[in-house]
Design a protein around this ligand. Structure first.
Ligand code: 13P
Length: 355
């Protein structure tokens, strides 16, 4: 019975043409993001920001689930409906970030290990009671000339698998997110090499800890050139390298792969997802999105903390969700972008993911 529920939830999250909105920035991270646009960060302004997304008319056509964080899952709208219920009433599945952040890795201080296993079982019970049906844990792996260390890969893979096993025990679908960062001047080839090692270690740890692959989703980075690399790989090169890497390392029993955007521009993240889906190679999993910045940035820029801009923010979000939905089906064309209002075409977004 529980197995069935896990698999049903995982399958619903990757329903045809749908993907996930990551709206789980911690309070300090969202506060930093607000500050760049001179928006005051209060419990109320953060709630108003999240409500903009959660009440966008008809966005459930494209969005299957939303990742929340601790503050948001406890918040209610003006008529006292919990925000998680605002989502579930529209058929959007609420999820929750459960790691407590990436902390300095003892023994290799230039690297990080994600914490949050202590007390996780009890927190999951509470989050489930608050409506969460899936969870997220993000590990970060940094590339330099000498990093990542084998230790960093191994401890993060182990923690991801411990988290995933505890989630499944609590009937919550784990999204397993090992993110190889795009910060740095490394080549796409180096990114592929590191992503391969990371995925290999992660699936080995998941196997050792008896995680049921049918009841989880993988949230990886795309295989991409480092932000400061002088030669930026083309969209087709990114798609080819990414799919090659995933086909080599992700078992077919995993129902879905939902990419993070990782600091790519909104338009590029959409184009890459589309190109991956269009490649004429066997893909045993659904391939979709679980974007944070690439879905939110145009909306926050339109909103800027002002009630009178909510509609413009919602239009911007709806538009990006629609484009990414088309990409999840391999049906996006750059011509679609011409129809948006305002927008952004820079290659890379600002940094504002959680530490
Ligand atoms: P980005 O798409 O902004 O990378 O965020 C996704 C996410 O959930 C990071 O943990």
């Amino acid at each position: 019975m529980e197995r069935q529920e896990l698999e049903q939830t995982a399958t619903a999250l990757i329903a045809k043409g749908k993907g996930i909105l990551a709206a789980d920035e911690t309070v300090p991270t969202l506060t930093k993001r607000f500050a760049t646009l001179k928006i005051e960060s209060t419990e109320d302004s953060r709630r108003a920001y999240r409500e903009l997304f959660f009440t966008t008319p008809d966005v459930s056509e494209f969005i299957s689930g939303v990742i929340l964080q601790d503050e948001t899952i406890r918040q209610k709208n003006a008529s006292s409906t919990p925000l998680a219920e605002v989502l579930s009433k529209q058929g959007i599945i609420p999820g929750i970030k459960v790691d407590t952040g990436a902390k300095v890795l003892a023994g290799s201080p230039e690297e990080k290990v994600t914490e949050g296993l202590d007390g996780l079982r009890d927190r999951l019970k509470e989050y489930r009671a608050l409506g969460a049906r899936f969870a997220k844990w993000r590990a970060v792996i940094r590339i330099t000339e000498t990093l990542p260390s084998p230790m960093c890969i191994s401890v993060n893979a182990h923690a991801l698998a411990r988290y995933a096993a505890i989630c499944q025990e609590q009937n919550i679908v784990p999204i397993v997110e090992p993110e190889v960062l795009m910060d740095g001047s490394h080549t796409i080839e180096r990114c592929e090499e590191v992503t391969s090692s990371v995925l290999h270690a992660v699936f080995h740890a998941l196997f050792e800890q008896c995680v049921r692959l049918e009841g989880m989703l993988l949230k990886p980075n795309m295989v991409i050139s480092g932000k400061e690399c002088r030669r930026q790989a083309s969209v087709d090169e990114v798609a080819t390298a990414t799919l090659r890497c995933l086909r080599r390392h992700v078992p077919a029993a995993v129902p879905g792969i939902v990419f993070l955007s990782g600091g790519q521009s909104d338009v590029l993240a959409t184009a890459h997802l589309n190109a991956i889906n269009r490649l004429d190679l066997l893909k045993p999993w659904k391939i979709s999105f679980s974007y944070g910045r690439a879905l939110q940035d145009p909306a926050i820029e339109a909103w800027r903390g002002k009630q009178q801009n909510v509609k413009a923010g919602q239009q911007a979000f709806y538009f990006r969700a629609k484009c990414n939905s088309a990409s999840a089906l391999g049906k996006y064309t750059p011509g679609l972008e011409g129809k948006k209002s305002g927008g952004e075409t820079a290659v890379h977004r600002s940094d504002w993911h959680d530490d």
